[in-house]
Design a protein around this ligand. Structure first.
Ligand code: GLC
Length: 654
C-alpha cells in the first residue's frame, strides 16, 4: 500500500468513524512535552461523573437550559445529556498558571445529533475543542498550557445542532506539570519545497505556484441547489437520505427552488476584492451531482438544462474581468449513483439510502466515472484559463482505499487500457505523442498546464488542505503548499440562514495564523438560492478588507518566519528586510505595551512601526540579541497587532 499525504474532510472522517474504519479521536498537540512530567492531581473537576445524580458543580447556558442527567452512563450510574439543539453544560475550574494540563472525557451522540464537543476555554490561549459523532462512548482528550496569569478555566460539553443529543461522562482534568521555559529562537531553516511526482505527473515548479503563495487569501463559494433546502446545508440530500427525483423536485420548485435569479457574478467579485481576497473557487459541482455548467453527458443534471444558464461561464467571465485568479471546486464523488457505494457490484459499502450489493452497480459506477471524465474535460477545455482546481472527494463509497481510487479513476497521467471501468472513446482525450488515453492528471497538465490542484482526487496535489473552523496550529509549513479552508458561516458550507458567522476578529485570527505558518486561507461564503451572499457574511468580509488595507503588507507576498509561531501568543511573516510580528491576545493581555522578539543574531534593527496606526516605536536591544519594543498600543487592531521591524539587511540572503 502506498503511503500518501491526503486530507480527509471532517464529514468524511465522521462517516469513517461511524463505520468503524477509523477509530482515532484523541487529540494531543503537546504529547512530546508531557512525557517529562509526572501526572499529579486528576480530581480537579467537581462531580466529574455526575454521580450526584444532578448537575451539582455544573452550570447551564442561561439561554438554552438543555442539559440533563441520564442513566445512559459510560461508568457508574449517571452521565450528562445535552441537546436537542443548542445545549451546554459548563464548569469553572481553578488551575495553576503556566502549566500543562490534559482534559479527557467520554462522549457519544444519538440519532439526529450532528456532533458533541468537549471544549476548554479561558485558560489563557484560544479555545480548544474536540468533537465526535459516534453512537458509543469514546474517549477524547485535549492538551493545553495555561498562560502566566491564568487562575481558572472553563470546561464545556456542547451540542450545537441537530434534534438529537450529546452525552458525556467522566470528565477528568489532569495537571501534567509546569510548562517548560520557551527557548529563545534563532532564525529558522527555510527548507526548500520539494517537488514530488506521482502517477507520472510532477507537482508544479515554484514559478507556477508563486501567485498562489503570494496572494494568501481566497474566497470559497458553496452554491448549488442545496441553497434552496431548509433542511440542511450542502450535505442535505445525504443527511435526509432523499432520492434523486425528490431532491430534483425540491430544487425545481417554482416558489422555493434554486433560481439564481439575483445572481450577478460581478457582485461576488466586487465583494471578494473589497475583502482583500485575490482568488476565488466556486463549486462547479458538489457531491449531489448538480452542475453549474453546461455538461453534455446524457446523465448530467445542470443549470444549463434547468435554468438555461451556464452559471460557471458567468462566474469565470466576471472573475477574469476583475483581475482575480479563477478557481473552481469539483466533486468526483456523486450520490446520484448507487454504484458509487458498490463500484465492483460485489460489495456495497454502508450508505444512508440502503443500497445493497447488486451486479448492475458496476456499470452504474462506470457511468459515474464517464460523467466525471466528460465534465472535467469540459471544465478544463471550455472555460479559458483556470488557475486553481479544488477537487473534493475521490473516495469511493465515502471510505478510503487509495489504491482502489487510483485504479478506478485513473487519476495519474494515462488511463489503464485494461481498466474494468472503461470510458467510451468520445469522452477520451488522447496524448498527441503517444496516442494514449489521458487520465485525470494527464488531462489537467495537457489542458491547463499552469493550474494548481489540491490532493483530494487520488493524486498528491500541488496544494494540501486543512479544513475546518478551529485555528491553525503547529509549525511553519515549508515542505509543501498548504491552504486552510473554513466556512464563514458556522456549521455547513452551503446556505443556512439560521447559523451564526465567525466574527471579524476570528477571521483575522484565521488569516494571520495561516500567514505566519506560510499557509493560505480560503474562506467560504454561502449564497442563497437566488445567488445573494447574505448580509452578515458580507459585513464581516468588508471589515476584514478594511483591516487588510492597513496591514496587508504583513500578509501578501510574505513568507512565514523567520521564527516559529507560539500559538495564541505571536507569529511572524517576513519579506525582504522586513519582519512582521503578529501579536495575539494571549500575549497582548499579559504585556502592556511591550513586545520582545526572538533572537535577531547579527542583524540590526533600523526602524519599528505599528502598522495599524502608523506610529513609529522605540526599542532596546537586549543582551541575548532579542529586541524589546516599547509603547505598543494593543487596543486598536482586531485579533492581531502587527509590528513592522525594518532590518539593515534582508532577513535571509538570496
Ligand atoms: C468536505 C465536505 C464538503 C465541503 C468541503 C470543503 O469535503 O464534504 O461539503 O465542500 O469539505 O472543504
Amino acid at each position: 500500500m502506498k503511503v500518501k499525504h491526503r486530507r480527509i474532510s471532517l464529514p468524511i472522517i465522521m462517516i469513517l468513524i461511524i463505520f468503524g474504519i477509523v477509530a482515532l479521536t484523541e487529540f494531543s498537540p503537546i504529547n512530546a512535552a508531557n512525557s517529562k512530567f509526572t501526572q499529579e492531581k486528576t480530581d480537579l473537576v467537581t462531580n466529574a461523573g455526575f454521580e450526584s445524580g444532578n448537575l451539582q458543580g455544573w452550570n447551564q447556558h442561561w439561554k438554552t437550559r438543555q442539559a440533563s442527567i441520564t442513566e445512559d452512563a459510560f461508568s457508574g450510574q449517571y452521565a450528562v445529556k445535552v441537546g436537542p439543539g443548542r445545549g451546554f453544560c459548563l464548569q469553572e475550574v481553578m488551575v495553576k498558571p503556566n502549566s500543562l494540563y490534559r482534559i479527557t472525557a467520554y462522549l457519544k451522540t444519538n440519532t439526529g445529533a450532528e456532533e458533541v464537543q468537549l471544549i476548554v476555554s479561558d485558560y489563557g490561549g484560544p479555545e480548544k475543542a474536540v468533537s465526535i459523532a459516534l453512537p458509543d462512548y469514546t474517549k477524547v482528550s485535549i492538551d493545553f498550557q495555561t498562560s502566566f496569569v491564568t487562575e481558572k478555566l472553563i470546561i464545556s460539553i456542547a451540542h450545537l445542532f441537530g434534534h438529537g443529543h450529546g452525552y458525556a461522562d467522566d470528565i477528568q482534568l489532569t495537571y501534567l506539570g509546569e510548562a517548560p521555559e520557551p527557548k529563545i529562537q534563532e532564525f529558522v531553516d527555510i527548507s526548500e519545497r520539494g517537488i514530488k511526482e506521482e502517477g507520472g505527473v510532477a507537482q508544479l515548479p515554484d514559478e507556477k505556484v508563486e501567485w498562489f503563495q503570494n496572494n494568501r487569501f481566497g474566497m470559497f463559494i458553496h452554491w448549488g441547489v442545496y441553497a434552496a433546502m431548509d433542511e440542511g446545508a450542502e450535505w442535505v440530500r445525504h443527511d435526509q437520505a432523499w432520492g434523486h427525483e425528490f431532491y430534483q423536485r425540491k430544487a425545481r420548485d417554482p416558489e422555493k427552488g434554486f433560481t439564481a435569479s439575483k445572481f450577478d457574478a460581478s457582485q461576488w467579485t466586487d465583494l471578494a476584492k473589497k475583502a482583500g481576497m485575490k482568488y476565488m473557487a466556486l463549486t462547479a459541482r458538489h457531491h449531489d451531482g448538480y452542475s453549474l455548467f453546461d455538461s453534455k453527458h446524457p446523465s448530467s443534471w445542470t443549470s444549463q438544462k434547468d435554468l438555461g444558464r451556464d452559471l460557471i461561464k458567468e462566474y469565470v467571465t466576471a472573475v477574469r474581468a476583475s483581475g482575480l485568479h479563477v478557481g473552481m471546486y469539483y466533486s468526483p464523488m456523486s450520490w446520484r449513483y448507487p454504484g458509487y457505494y458498490d463500484v465492483t457490484g460485489k460489495d456495497a459499502k454502508p450508505n444512508v439510502w440502503g443500497y445493497k450489493t447488486a451486479a448492475w452497480h458496476k456499470a452504474d459506477a462506470r457511468d459515474m466515472k464517464e460523467e466525471v471524465y466528460e465534465q472535467v474535460t469540459t471544465l478544463l477545455k471550455d472555460y479559458g484559463q483556470i488557475d486553481y482546481m479544488f477537487w473534493d472527494g475521490g473516495w469511493l463509497g465515502q471510505t478510503v482505499d487509495h489504491e482502489m481510487e487510483d485504479y478506478f479513476w485513473d487519476s495519474g497521467k494515462y488511463q489503464n487500457p485494461d481498466n474494468e471501468w472503461p470510458i467510451r472513446e468520445k469522452y477520451i482525450t488522447r496524448d498527441n505523442d503517444t496516442g494514449k488515453a489521458l487520465g485525470i492528471m494527464g488531462l489537467v497538465r495537457e489542458c491547463q498546464p499552469d493550474m494548481l490542484v489540491n490532493e483530494r482526487f487520488s493524486w498528491i496535489g500541488d496544494v494540501h488542505g486543512e479544513e475546518g473552523g478551529s485555528m491553525t496550529t503547529g509549525d511553519i509549513r515549508f515542505e509543501h503548499l498548504e491552504e486552510k479552508c473554513v466556512s464563514l458561516q458556522k456549521g455547513g458550507w452551503g446556505y443556512r440562514p439560521d447559523r451564526p458567522v465567525f466574527s471579524v476578529e476570528e477571521v483575522v485570527g484565521f488569516l494571520s495564523n495561516c500567514a505566519v505558518r506560510n499557509m493560505n486561507l480560503l474562506l467560504n461564503v454561502a449564497p442563497d438560492r437566488e445567488g445573494v451572499i447574505p448580509q452578515n457574511q458580507q459585513e464581516v468580509l468588508l471589515e476584514v478588507g478594511s483591516w487588510l488595507e492597513v496591514v496587508g503588507k504583513a500578509i501578501y507576498g510574505t513568507t512565514g518566519g523567520p521564527w516559529q509561531p507560539l500559538f495564541g501568543e505571536y507569529g511572524f511573516t517576513f519579506n525582504d528586510n522586513k519582519i512582521y510580528c503578529h501579536i495575539y491576545d494571549g500575549y497582548r493581555e499579559l504585556n502592556s505595551g511591550t513586545f520582545t522578539t526572538q533572537s535577531l543574531g547579527d542583524k540590526t534593527v533600523s526602524k519599528v512601526v505599528n502598522l495599524f496606526n502608523g506610529e513609529e516605536l522605540i526599542w532596546v536591544r537586549n543582551e541575548n540579541n532579542t529586541v524589546t519594543i516599547n509603547g505598543v498600543d494593543y487596543t486598536e487592531s482586531p485579533a492581531a497587532t502587527i509590528l513592522e521591524i525594518t532590518l539593515n539587511q534582508p532577513v535571509f540572503k538570496e
